[in-house]
Design a protein around this ligand. Structure first.
Ligand code: HEM
Length: 440
């Protein structure tokens, strides 16, 4: 491959124009280019207007997400997400984002998450009963779909409490299940999903009419006020944030659990170590056990390293900027499209020994201390770091802790197990498992 002109002469890239997207072609190209051109790749756009830079080293990731983050707004691809989420915090920028983030942040405080943990356990106990019945009949389960349903239920109950049951009763089924049933995230799905905002508005109206405050995210968002203006969110903003939390919290968690079980099913030693940890609890885990479930957490961290759900980040440079590495300056022009790929950095052999192998002990305290911490960023870094990180970690630890105490999942080979780099990195085909009840 020959090399194109670029913003700084040391920066190389492919000659053929290309627009980077969240799809198979871009996934393959990004890996190829990193091998060929290294830490910074300059890509000439095909239909877009701006030159793109792909940044493959932790120093530049930190610069864009932390050091000079105010100069980088959300980038290409977020227009599509906007159709789903309106102007929710995952897509908004600037002062509006800052005000929304400040108002939403308290809802994700450890104490609130802790108080939602009992609900997470209840959802998992239902799953346990279901797997017990399946195991007794030697039936297999569609793990990918089940993790999707479970993650969706947890997030909907965290938002709506028992109003979810009332909604299901009045409409005959869970209208949000479309996110499980229809895995495309295309325009048609976006329109159908936006139509669900009426249910959120209805729940809000009922709560206001009944002066009812629940212990859940929705009531916290309805009550919160901007600390400068002392005004609550508009209903439009509130609904956008609810839809954002559903989408941001659902597929990411579901995908991670799907891969975690799959990895366990492929590594007897990992499964044995996790079993030893959960068995030592003596009872099913509760929120208080989260700190004890250290190996479970290491498996989750390793799963997020190998399969980061948000595998590609895009940003746009608001003004011209400079990236500096080993004294060398790379110019970033105003409007440049920036791409960061945690998937590639998480598997970069310069930072990870045996990068493609699943080794949860990489996330022991000692090994974490020895590593550059910016080579791992499944939840992003800096002020736009995932707001639901703690919620999802508790959710996933409780799930694995509880279900792995009772079951071993045996992989039932069906279609090839492969990744699909879509908006999220997910399994291309559903993964099937046969649950076996573990002997006491
Ligand atoms: C394994 C689970 C999860 C992963 C890997 C994950 C990852 C991420 C990442 C990488 C971002 C930053 C995206 C960017 O800046 O372009 C993000 C933002 C966000 N996440 Fe998560 N997430 C997870 C679970 C959740 C959950 C459970 C929730 C809600 C309950 C949630 C809510 C959000 C929100 C609202 C944002 C936008 C934050 C902002 O821009 O201020 N996420 N997440």
């Amino acid at each position: 491959m020959s090399q194109s002109t670029s913003p700084s002469s040391h920066v190389k890239g492919p000659t053929e124009p290309f627009d980077i997207n969240v799809d198979d072609a871009s996934f393959a190209k990004l890996a190829e280019w990193r091998k060929e051109y290294g830490d910074i790749v300059s890509v000439t756009p095909l239909q877009r207007k701006s030159q793109a830079l792909v940044l493959n080293c932790p120093e530049h990731v930190r610069h864009v997400l932390v050091g000079n983050h105010r100069n980088y707004s959300k980038g290409v691809g977020f227009e599509r997400v906007k159709m789903l989420l309106g102007n929710g915090i995952i897509v908004s920028d600037g002062d509006f984002w800052r005000s929304q983030r400040r108002m939403i942040q308290p809802a994700f405080h450890r104490k609130i998450v802790g108080s939602l943990a009992a609900m997470m356990v209840t959802c998992n106990e239902r799953k346990q009963a279901d797997w017990q019945a399946k195991a007794e009949q030697a039936l297999s389960i569609n793990l990918t779909e089940e993790m999707s349903e479970l993650a969706l239920e947890v997030i909907l109950r965290a938002l709506f409490s028992d109003d979810l049951d009332r909604l299901i009763e009045s409409t005959g089924s869970n209208p949000f299940s479309m996110l499980v049933e229809d895995v495309t995230r295309d325009l048609k799905l976006a329109m159908r999903f936006r139509a669900l905002t009426r249910h959120v508005a209805h729940i809000m109206d009922n709560r206001r009419r009944e002066s009812r405050i629940e212990h859940d995210f929705l009531s916290l968002l309805m009550e919160t006020k901007d600390k400068d203006t002392h005004l609550p969110m508009s209903d439009k903003a509130l609904i956008d944030e609810v839809m954002t939390i559903i989408v941001a919290g659902h597929e990411t968690t579901a995908g991670t659990l799907n891969w975690a079980w799959y990895l366990m099913s492929q590594h007897d030693n990992i499964e044995a170590e996790l079993h030893a940890e959960v068995d030592a609890l003596g009872a099913d885990p509760a929120f208080e056990d989260i700190a004890t479930l250290r190996y479970t957490r290491q498996l989750i961290d390793e799963t997020l390293r190998l399969y980061p759900p948000v595998w590609l980040f895009s940003r746009k440079a608001i003004a011209a900027d400079e990236l500096i590495l080993d004294g060398q300056i790379t110019k970033v022009s105003q409007g440049a499209d920036i791409f960061l790929c945690p998937y590639l950095l998480h598997r970069d052999p310069r930072y990870w020994d045996r990068p493609d192998e699943c080794l949860p002990e990489r996330f022991s305290d000692d090994q974490i201390k020895e590593r550059n911490k910016d080579v791992y960023y499944p939840f992003s870094l800096g002020s736009r770091r995932c707001i639901g990180e703690f919620f999802s970690l508790v959710d996933m630890q409780l799930h694995l802790g509880l279900l792995a105490r009772h079951f071993t999942l045996h992989h039932v080979p069906d279609k090839p197990v492969d990744i699909e780099p879509h908006i999220n990195l997910r399994a291309r085909h559903s993964i099937f498992m046969r649950p076996e009840v573990r002997k006491a």
